[in-house]
Design a protein. Sequence first.
Length: 112
Amino acid sequence: MEARGTGVYTLDKYRDAARRNYCTLPTINVEILEPVRRCAGCGGEIVLRVDKWKVGRWEHVEDRGDCTWARAESSCTYCGATGEAVTFHQQAWSDETHCARCGGVNGYGIGD
């Protein structure tokens, strides 16, 4: 199951949005993809399961005997891209996810 477009484009959706600290709104107009989360270890589809105590954990949709620990790969907050288009940068003052597909940066402060 590959990501499909939603019919909504980044510059239309975020045109009037306020830019948060350590973030850059998208600069490239691309179609926003439906969220399909993939395991960083095996590439299989994963979902977040939440138990009765509201604690969530990633689980494979189908049994992946070769991959025993499901962990979500990075995805773009703005356009939904995954894989090589999305890179994680750790600065001295912030953690940031940069997207080459839409030009957006989503980050948050980690320092003092």
